[in-house]
Design a protein around this ligand. Structure first.
Ligand code: TYC
Length: 127
């Protein structure tokens, strides 16, 4: 599976200006060289991703609950509810995270399932 990563952070734009606004280290440095600049912070909230758990006929319910408690920090009650929802509907959400956190949790689930000899599958989708 291929995931597309797109992250936009601060953009520093040097502008020819009549006066130095001097509001960043770069601006101060530019000011020393006689260049007028202004920093425009351009920020974007990181995209969110749903981590999905898939049902199968073999993974023990207790194993799924332990995964939801250990990796997704759910209480025993929350984990049992999510597990039963997946068991009944075929798929369910374990949590919503930024891409890096979501992909790490998916990898942890797949690794634990493999090590436990269970066919449990987990994936992510953009929220
Ligand atoms: N269906 C499994 C069983 O009956 C339990 C299960 C629940 C498996 C959720 C996977 O994501 C899952 N043992």
């Amino acid at each position: 599976m291929t995931y597309l990563r797109l992250m936009l952070f601060d953009t520093h734009i040097n502008l020819a200006m009549s006066a130095n606004m001097g509001n960043s280290p770069e601006d101060e440095n530019d000011a020393e060289r006689g260049v007028a600049t202004k920093t425009r912070p351009k920020t974007k909230k990181p995209s969110q991703y749903r981590v999905l758990l898939l049902n199968d006929d073999y993974t023990p319910m207790e194993f799924v609950v332990s995964i939801l408690m250990g990796i997704f920090k759910k209480t025993n009650e929350e984990a049992t509810q999510i597990m039963l929802n997946v068991h009944q509907n075929g798929i369910g959400v374990c949590g919503v995270y930024t891409f890096e956190v979501a992909e790490t949790k998916v990898a942890q689930v797949l690794d634990s399932a493999k090590r436990g000899g269970h066919p449990l599958k987990c994936t992510l989708e953009k929220a």
